[in-house]
Write a protein that binds this ligand. Structure first.
Ligand code: DMJ
Length: 482
């Protein structure tokens, strides 16, 4: 394996001994630590304020140019509606709980009122079930839990009802698209992520409305994917919802599969569903056996029960043979340290996070696809993805190791430096040239800014133990009292 020379801040655990605390006030908000480039001070309070300011900058840009539309194109200052000019208020719905969490109450209340008065799903529109579920259904439900505004729950219930026909396949695996007005469904070739990333939202909707059908349909889809795993316990990249035959046997933890694993662990944590726990435990052991890629050095050490940070990656393998098919990873894969940490596997979580941070540091923004064996970027775009920030937040939550604050601060500075525009934030066409692309996904509000903020903010802003985040960073409460 090609070793990457860049090293994460504070990789040397001895730096912890050198953390200084400056009095009781600073104790809460300032962390000082040496790094490989010298002493560095992270002022948490200032960092959290900076995230708020930048969130507001991007939000104001969206509002100024595209209020009432789905998304802002920040370079041309034009708008995009996902489905043929009809809006489903993607950015407002996806951003609403972040507006509350970051403390923009008046802005949030106004946005909530606008959504309640103007959003309608009674549209002749064929929508992607996965995206609408994680962004819209998830956004409505978490904002309902924050505000108790029944109008949001009514919208979520209406949307859930309109999405249900997608599950009407012989296998229980949903079609990828469904028409919100007619219920017509299309695109049976799906994937584990799109079929298996629905239970947190549909399950919460079931709890809040008392309509068990939502839970049952989404769980059946998740179990159907699991039941069609290969003899060695892996899932592939594409599966036919009508036949349950795999049409692509590439196995990995990247886009198309990623959040299937995330929901296997989370559906037990949120609902106490022990089937989920069983499926998760079986699946993660197979992922660690067949997809994890370790250096010889690391393998030797892990046999002794100790894992050295920075030498672990997860690559691709054929789901049937387990044969390595690619040594690529990327921005989407960076959710995996969070999932490992959630499972209590802090050794692997730390090691993988350090590897992925090396990937970030190569160009000071992470690429979509990176070959960890050759050290080459294979697909250089960066659409403002949150996953590596999410993992940093989880690792800081579970370890309180200040190296994760330093890591997050470095990523935050890079993010602002390269992705900020005069009116908002823009993804990058290339992390190598830093040329921007004319798009700002709603997940920058739902996830990227939110995870940066939660990393730096006082933990009281959101009690981690009270919620389970859906894959779009919408926190779902573990109790459903109306
Ligand atoms: C988000 O919509 C979700 O996090 C999803 O699970 C993966 N892709 C984007 C962010 O990168």
């Amino acid at each position: 394996m090609t070793k990457i020379r860049h090293r994460a801040h504070g990789q040397n655990e001895t730096f912890l001994k050198n953390v200084f605390f400056f009095g009781s006030v600073l104790l809460l908000c300032v962390v000082s630590l040496p790094s490989d480039t010298g002493a560095q001070t992270i002022d948490k309070k200032a960092a959290a304020e900076s995230v708020k300011l930048e969130f507001k900058h991007a939000w104001d840009g969206y509002k100024q140019y595209c209020w009432g539309h789905d998304d802002l194109k920040p370079l041309s200052k034009t708008c995009r509606d996902w489905y043929g000019g009809q809006t489903i208020l993607m950015t407002p719905v996806d951003s609403l709980d972040s507006l509350y969490l970051l403390g923009f109450k008046k802005e949030a209340d106004d946005t909530r009122d606008y959504i309640a008065k103007n959003l309608s799903y009674d549209k002749d529109m064929s929508v992607q079930v996965f995206e609408i579920t994680i962004r819209e259904l998830g956004g409505l439900l978490s904002s309902y839990e924050i505000t108790k505004d029944k109008r949001l729950l009514a919208l979520a219930d209406d949307l859930g009802t309109r999405l249900l026909p997608a599950f009407d396949s012989v296998t229980g695996i949903p079609y990828r698209f469904v028409n919100l007005k007619t219920g017509a469904k299309r695109d049976p070739i799906s994937n584990p992520a799109e079929a298996g990333t629905l239970l947190i939202e549909f399950g919460t909707l079931a709890k809040l409305t008392g309509k068990q059908v939502y839970y049952n349909k989404a769980k059946k889809a998740l179990v159907a994917i699991y039941n069609h795993r290969s003899d060695i316990g892996l899932v592939g990249e594409n599966i036919n919802a009508e036949t349950a035959k795999w049409t692509n046997t590439d196995s990995h933890v990247s886009g198309g599969i990623d959040s299937y694993y995330e929901y296997l662990i989370k559906c037990n944590l949120l609902f106490g569903d022990t089937d989920c726990r069983t499926m998760w435990e079986d699946s993660i052991s197979k992922v660690n056996s067949h997809l994890a890629d370790e250096t010889d050095n690391l393998s030797k050490l892990s046999r002794t029960g100790k894992i050295v940070a920075g030498d672990l990656w997860y690559g691709h393998a054929d789901m049937d043979s387990g044969k390595r098919t690619a040594t690529t990873t990327g921005a989407l894969d960076a959710f995996f340290p969070a999932v490992l940490a959630l499972d209590g596997d802090l050794n692997r979580a730390r090691a993988l996070q350090d590897s992925l941070f090396q990937m970030w540091r190569l160009n000071h923004i992470e690429p979509e696809v990176y070959n960890y064996k050759t050290g080459k970027v294979e697909y250089a775009s960066y659409p403002l993805r949150p996953e590596i920030v999410e993992s940093t937040y989880y690792l800081y939550h579970f370890t309180k190791d200040p190296k994760y604050l330093a890591m997050g601060k470095e990523m935050w500075d890079d993010f602002v430096k390269y992705c900020r525009t005069d009116v908002a934030y823009a993804g990058l066409k290339s992390v190598e040239t830093k040329e921007k692309t004319d798009y700002m996904h709603s997940f920058v509000f739902a996830e990227t800014f939110k995870y940066f903020y939660l990393l730096f903010a006082d933990e009281k802003v959101l009690n981690f133990n009270d919620v389970v985040f859906n894959t779009e960073a919408h926190p779902m409460k573990k109790n459903w009292k109306n």
